[in-house]
Design a protein around this ligand. Structure first.
Ligand code: BGO
Length: 274
């Protein structure tokens, strides 16, 4: 069996430690084509080592925007190289910030499994996470791991392989406000047939944001580009803000909403309001 697994996450979430734990000495290090960003790939070690499971360690990033080489390398890989699954490492002690990237990864049409890493620190930091509920709200499997102590890694790989074989992509419901969701649905209708069903949402959001690289790559395949501009302008006028900020704010509002019922820090109460 051939399988491609991508590791993605914020800087300092424990990705290097996880990559080393999963691949051991079976690593090749080079550069991503055309740029001086380090590319690390390795074969999964241990009991499944004959199955040819290749793990690609993507650069540490906070977002899939087009502004840094690391972000561009990561998103080009995810969208064009067809990994079977993304393992998204989330630092459990810094969950709010880390989930911002998660909300973007789950839009790319590639199935995602979350490794809730640094789980060994949760007790010490007095943080409680209702993993089951968080997984339900994100519509995405979550496995608690400690890359440092090498716990949860077998369960993580079992889940990632299961999800990769299933090839089903699930989006969380209601990430954005209904007006933004409506605009995204309208833009999806204008996308060229070359964009697969699963990837449509990502491209629609990026076109609404006027993402320079996406406009450059598929802009000329869209006939009614003015309709996208109209959707963007209407929302920008209503919010008196630019589209990228509107999308960013709504992602954080979604994250706030879901963590308010799933994450408890210190003596805070965990309230379930819906
Ligand atoms: C230092 N649990 C704990 N407790 N720590 C972890 C875990 C985990 O699950 N996973 C990683 N770390 P990287 P990126 C360090 O280096 O893999 C730690 O950027 C130190 N170094 O050991 O590098 C890991 O690749 C001195 O910590 O992350 C590392 O994603 C004092 O998280 C750090 C304390 O891991 C970042 C920590 C000299």
């Amino acid at each position: 069996m051939n399988m491609k697994i991508a590791l993605a996450g914020n800087p300092n979430c424990g990705k290097t430690t996880m990559f080393n734990a999963l691949t051991g000495a079976n690593q090749y290090v080079g550069n991503w084509p055309g740029v001086t960003v380090e590319k690390k790939e390795g074969k999964l070690k241990g009991k499944r080592k004959d199955e040819d499971i290749i793990i690609t360690d993507l650069p540490g990033i906070y977002s899939l925007s087009p502004y840094t080489l690391e972000e561009v390398v990561s998103r080009d890989y995810i969208l064009n190289e067809n990994p079977d699954v993304i393992i998204n490492l989330v630092d459990a002690t810094n969950i709010e910030r880390n989930l911002y990237l998660t909300t973007q990864l789950i839009e790319t049409g590639v199935p995602v499994v979350i490794a809730l890493n640094m789980a060994d620190l949760l007790k010490k930091r007095n943080i409680k996470i209702d993993t089951k509920r968080l997984s339900m709200l994100l519509n995405c499997p979550i496995i608690e791991t400690s890359a440092l102590k090498q716990t949860g890694l077998n369960d993580l790989m079992d889940e990632a392989i299961k999800v990769a074989r299933k090839k089903e992509v699930a989006l969380p419901k209601d990430i954005f406000s209904s007006e933004l969701e409506k605009a995204i649905a309208e833009v999806e209708k204008l996308l060229p047939v070359s964009i697969s069903e699963g990837k449509k949402r990502w491209y629609a959001v990026k076109l609404l944001e006027n993402d320079s690289k996406v406009v450059e790559s598929i802009g000329n395949q869209i006939q009614n580009k003015t309709l996208i501009d109209q959707q963007r302008e209407a929302l920008e006028k209503k919010h008196d803000d630019d589209m990228e900020s509107i999308v960013t704010d709504e992602r954080y509002q979604f994250i706030q909403k879901i963590i308010s019922t799933t994450v408890k820090k210190g003596g805070e109460k965990l309230t379930v309001s819906d």
